[in-house]
Design a protein around this ligand. Structure first.
Ligand code: SF4
Ligand code: SF4
Length: 296
């Protein structure tokens, strides 16, 4: 059995990527099981998806605590204590979507590719990486390119994407697939017999009602949740164009824009999560979004 764990941010299509991978596995003659896990249902929040692939029927259920392959859709997640993508990883393959060439000291093979750059180039959207992520996983597992493309088309049709967008995604998928190496997963040190037992138990803490709810739901704490590291694109205000009309201020869903004493829009980068709304609603085209690459 091969165990793949996908990590990304809400809006990057990580669940779709895991479905692309598991559908391709099915087309390659494997049994496949996939399921996502969401944290806060917000764009940019960490999400994970789990896929098991096997030549035998899969009877085990639950989270994958000891993955053979970890696929990370956003490099900033590597240091996110909530997402914790390297948890249980050792002796397998780690893929990171990044334009950088990080010197990661992990026990295993490290593969990188700039999927966000490919998505921007061919689709025009930084978050449209589901086909690329799925394709990379297929290549690492040694699946054929034709199964991968078939799976991309099936899954994107399933979620209702128009043909033109599916074609662009296929271009991204093929470039992603060809941009990474394939591995003989059966030879990975992570695939020892004892790992199959996965005996880790997830303990759910039982607190009193008022403290047992997700902390993010407690009143008045959003200011202390710095969501700036969720951002892939950063809004930049051109003050020669900003008229101070306040439209971006009204639309920002995270209250991350305030009007300064100069009467113009100013952005709180500690909390802006890069949703693009301000840029799209500004009638004077005063806000541009630039790619923000984090240093690892
Ligand atoms: S919507 Fe545009 S012009 Fe209006 S305040 Fe915001 S940045 Fe300035
Ligand atoms: S991108 Fe703009 S609208 Fe979105 S959170 Fe940042 S400042 Fe607010």
């Amino acid at each position: 059995m091969y165990r793949f764990r996908f990590h990304g941010r809400g809006g990057q299509g990580i669940k779709t990527a895991s479905r692309i991978f598991s559908t391709a596995a099915f087309l390659e003659g494997f049994y496949a099981q996939d399921f996502p896990m969401y944290g806060p249902e917000r764009r940019g929040a960490p999400v994970a998806a789990y896929v098991r692939v096997s030549h035998e029927p899969i009877v085990i259920r639950g989270y994958i605590n000891k993955p053979d392959v970890v696929v990370v859709g956003d490099e900033t997640l590597l240091y996110d204590p909530v997402a914790d993508p390297l948890r249980g990883f050792g002796g397998g393959v780690l893929f990171v979507n990044t334009p950088l060439n990080p010197n990661l000291s992990v026990d295993g093979e490290v593969v990188t590719l700039d999927l966000t750059g490919l998505a921007l180039e061919h689709i025009g959207r930084s978050g449209a990486i589901s086909a690329g992520v799925g394709a990379v996983a297929c290549k690492i597992a040694g699946f054929s390119e034709s199964s991968m493309v078939d799976a991309v088309v099936r899954e994107l049709e399933e979620i209702g994407l128009p043909d033109e967008l599916i074609e662009k995604n296929v271009v991204v998928a093929k470039e992603s697939y060809r941009g990474v190496p394939s591995f003989d997963l059966d030879s990975l040190p992570s695939l020892s017999e004892s790992d199959f037992l996965e005996t880790d138990i997830v303990h759910v803490r039982l607190d009193e009602g008022e403290v047992g709810i997700a902390t993010i739901a407690n009143l008045g704490n959003s200011a202390v949740r710095k969501t700036g590291n969720w951002r892939i694109l950063k809004p930049i205000v051109d003050y020669s164009k900003c008229t101070g009309c306040k439209i971006c201020f009204a639309y920002c869903p995270d209250v991350s824009i305030h009007m300064g004493e100069d009467g113009k829009a100013h952005i709180d980068y500690d909390h802006c999560k890069g949703c693009l709304i301000c840029s799209s609603v500004c009638p004077f085209k005063a806000i541009t979004m630039v790619r923000e690459v984090k240093v690892m």
